[in-house]
Design a protein around this ligand. Structure first.
Ligand code: NAP
Length: 255
């Protein structure tokens, strides 16, 4: 049976683990350990970094195949997975939800980086809501130090924030009524987000649209080349089951 290492931390990774475990695949989901109380998938779970490319390459001795279902902005982990799988000779699949597609009537302003997003937000308003996570908040300090920023995060920020900034801790999925309330209560005049894609955090985009607010959206980083990719959980299930079938045939050939 294929021993699958599933690099997780996303809703898609959990859905994939659930389906593969139900299909009888030996799945180990790997979590970075950033969230104190993560939602756990079916199957085995390991937590914490591998120690770079070399550490991951060594860990791959215990696995036959890898699916990288990390968040679209988790670039280091994806790059490490690509390099380590080549070095260890393990097949790697990238599962990545599609980016969001702008609809008519939505005022989106694309940014190439968080620093760029901060400058755009400062031009567009004085009461931004930041929904870009906590790890990149420092990039927003220079341009938005004097703004009345509301930052929504899962875990508390590790840096000290300017006096006019406030923090709300919450975790998706979110729904439109709550997103409207958040933006209205803060009297937000601009929303900042990453192009995370998916349904979990899409309602804030609808709320911004309803309230006529501009959205600054940080483009996705580039991905490692040469890694086959699928965009939904079903195709990832098929890839793993095909790998599992190949493993069974190899095992049969050994006897
Ligand atoms: P990152 O910058 O790409 O990774 C930094 C380091 O964290 C990696 O080199 C690795 O350490 C460790 N790491 C990351 N993902 C891991 C995993 N699934 N299993 C074990 N170690 C992992 O990642 P990040 O942006 O900090 O994201 C961390 C995790 O949060 C990811 O699993 C991602 O799916 C999830 N997440 C990220 C975002 C986001 O916006 N970035 C949003 C939602 C969820 P070593 O080098 O020691 O192996």
């Amino acid at each position: 049976m294929t021993r699958l290492l599933l690099l997780g931390g996303t809703a898609e990774a959990r859905a994939l683990a659930d389906q593969l475990v139900a299909a009888g695949v030996a799945v180990t989901t790997s979590l970075a350990g950033r969230v104190a109380d993560p939602r756990l998938p079916a199957g085995q779970v390991r937590v914490g970094g591998f120690g770079g490319i070399e550490g991951l390459r060594a860990a791959l001795a215990d696995y036959d195949a890898v699916v990288d279902a990390t968040h679209p902005f988790a670039t280091t982990m994806s790059a490490n997975a690509a390099a380590a799988c080549v070095a260890a000779g393990r097949p790697l699949l990238r599962l990545e939800r599609p980016g969001w597609v702008q609809r008519a009537g939505q005022a989106w302003h694309w940014a190439d980086s968080h620093a760029h997003a901060a400058r755009l937000a400062a031009r567009l308003g004085g009461r931004p809501v930041l929904t870009i996570g906590r790890q990149q908040l420092a990039a927003y300090l220079p341009a938005l130090a004097d703004a009345a920023v509301l930052a929504r995060v899962v875990e508390p920020p590790a840096i000290s924030l300017p006096p006019r900034w406030s923090v709300v801790r919450d975790r998706g999925p979110y729904a439109l009524p709550g997103e409207l309330t958040l933006l209205r209560d803060h009297r937000a005049d601009v929303v900042v987000t990453k192009d995370s894609g998916g349904d979990y955090t899409w309602p804030k985009m609808l709320a911004a649209e309803q309230l006529g607010l501009p959205v600054v959206i940080v483009r996705r980083p580039t991905r490692p080349t040469g890694v086959p990719a699928v965009y939904d959980v079903e195709r990832a299930v098929s890839w793993v089951l095909a790998a599992d079938q190949g493993q069974l045939q190899r095992d049969a050939g050994d006897h």
